[in-house]
Design a protein around this ligand. Sequence first.
Ligand code: ADP
Length: 478
Amino acid sequence: MAELHRNLIDGVWVDGEGVANINPSDTNDVIGHYAGATGDQAADAIRAARAAFPAWSRSGLMERHAILRKTADEIFARKDELGRLLAREEGKTLPEGIGETVRAGQVFEFFAGEALRLAGETVPSVRPGVGVEITREAVGVVGIITPWNFPIAIPAWKIAPALCYGNTVVFKPAELVPGCAWAIVDILHRAGLPKGVLNLVMGKGSVVGQAMLDSPDVDAITFTGSVATGTRVAAACAKHMRKVQLEMGGKNPLVVLDDADLATAVDCAVNGAFFSTGQRCTASSRLVVTQGIHDRFVEAATEKLRALVVDNALKEGTQIGPVVDENQLAQDEKYIAIGRDEGAKLAFGGERLNRETPGFYLQPALFTEASNTMRISREEIFGPVASVIRVKDYEEALSVANDTPFGLSAGICTTSLKHATHFKRNAEAGMVMVNLPTAGVDFHVPFGGRKGSSYGPREQGRYAAEFYTTVKTAYTLA
Ligand code: ADP
């Protein structure tokens, strides 16, 4: 058997029962074996993080900077190899995998810089002779629970700020993608992190994740994943009165108005809905199209979909890789059947595909004649499935766009400044895109949503400090 990739607890690589990591583009390809941690090991990891906190939270800024900087450099230097690992274990295309790896490096680079820019405020008191200092301190032990769809970027955008601001970490990656998680922890460990500052516990959510939720010794939890698990995380955090940040689903609308540039709108729709196999929480799953452009839009989008190459993620020329696993594929197919039963028209795709290597291939599916009340318009599918909802005009488009339990990203394609401006102001979403796909964001600005999509402070950029630090106000009589 290939070498076992172990968990990192208190600076030591610890054995566990190996679980095979399977390539969704080729189920005969075993990427490696990764140790599943036990509940007791999760407890050990939390204890180690607790013990490491006092020293790390007071560590020198140059030490934090150097470790984050070194990590960024190694990720950049190994981008092709790590991007390939990512594509192999998650099913994103190789260019997407390399792109995401570079993004992870940029996130570490950004927070390496932030470590040198930590600052507070000094303000006069309302009482003469008294001074007031406002500072930010580390929160403590941060539990990081991540999903499978961005195996390196999401761990990076949680681990980098956690360490930058002086927290210690217990990190549990998703079961399906331990490879990138292990690689990033290995890099940080070798970059010189003191023992216990970053602990890796791979394995089952119900065991390792649940142990983190149940422990009174975790001070904050940042989670990205499904609404069902997110709700559980929130409830567990309320019980312990601990800080929590949740990023969950989306049912993101892309509005296409009559005055849109057709090519731009089709590019935004196809990219936003189907690239990365539609497995992005920012994917445009509702294409809300006004009646004057509707038929031209559907025709052009269908034509573009027909030309897309769905194949092995590692093959040159592949534009859409496989679905991540059999469970997700079954969920996608279930929703395609539901859409048909509800009366939407399957205008293109939706069938399983056979390729040279055995994998979870699905032809991207486009529904038309969908209404916003159908389940396919309300529930997150998380696959290459999108619906076109025909509307009369901009006002109806905005109302449909906002009529959803989610609020992560919302897009509009239009050449009207008036409508673009109105939409930016009135879309009930954390992120708004004008003539751009709903997915695809920068790393130095806030990421997050409203309503059922997110809970707690924003992630990324300087706004990350809201979650990873706690504010102290100190008064001194001079
Ligand atoms: P998905 O697998 O669809 O991304 P999940 O919410 O199931 O969404 O998983 C997201 C992360 O949450 C994964 O790392 C998973 O292992 C973890 N998880 C699942 N169940 C629990 C749980 N009961 N407690 C803590 N974490 C969990």
